[in-house]
Design a binder for this molecule. Structure first.
Ligand SMILES: [Zn+2]
Length: 216
């Protein structure tokens, strides 16, 4: 039998119980190695991503890998399943430097398990939309705020000196990028035929429609 000392009290940043948000269609909970810390700003919206994976099982395995330092709150799978990778009540590292301050806290991280070539499946899209709708209801966010609360990573991620240097861009050229968008291309992607991998505008439109009060 293992002594209690082998299992010290959980670090203080662990919440007693993960936040459960009604209506979020979670099919599996994997609070694995995804780093999570307390929020430093209130939740204000949802940031959409794709994770650049080619297979869902590999994608899920990566979030159990000690080398993985990236983390979303949820990962929407090809079959419409939704993996909860972290406590939704905590922030996870998914955004990097963004136009919005404290983006990991401000935005839940919701990622489609796909890459820059393969558009989301209908089931994946349905799961992403259902998750957004549930979050809007949970927070009592107005339907009119859909356009500012549902954001793509590409519309938020900015270059900083650390990112340009890590990308091997000399400061003479890099300094022109600092503070500007273009650091990330997900979830829209850059397919030659211009088909979005995940169409943020379409997600917003459907979420807005579902939140609208029923006429009559
Ligand atoms: Zn992203």
């Amino acid at each position: 039998m293992t002594s209690p000392a082998a299992f010290p009290n959980p670090p203080p940043y662990r919440r007693a119980a993960p936040l459960v948000i009604p209506g979020v269609p979670v099919t599996q909970v994997r609070h694995s190695r995804v780093l999570q810390q307390p929020l430093v700003a209130p939740r204000a919206g949802i940031m959409l991503h794709y994770d650049d994976s080619s297979r869902d099982d590999w994608a899920l395995a990566w979030f159990d890998d000690p080398r993985c330092t990236n983390g979303y709150t949820w990962l929407a799978l090809d079959d419409g399943g939704l993996a909860e990778l972290a406590d939704p009540g905590m922030r996870t590292p998914h955004a990097g430097a963004c136009l919005t301050k404290n983006p990991n806290s401000a935005y839940y991280g919701l990622s489609a398990a796909t890459n820059g070539l393969v558009p989301v499946t209908d089931r994946q899209l349905a799961t992403i939309i259902a998750t957004c709708v549930a979050l809007f209801r949970f927070h009592s966010w107005a339907a009119a705020s859909v356009d500012v609360r549902i954001v793509g990573h590409d519309a938020q991620a900015i270059w900083t000196p650390a990112y340009t240097r890590a990308a091997g861009i000399a400061d003479a050229a890099g300094s022109k990028l600092w503070g500007t968008l273009g650091r990330k291309v997900d979830p829209t992607g850059v397919r030659k035929d211009h088909q979005p991998i995940l169409d943020v505008a379409a997600v917003r439109q459907e979420v807005r429609r579902r939140l609208a009060p029923v006429a009559g």
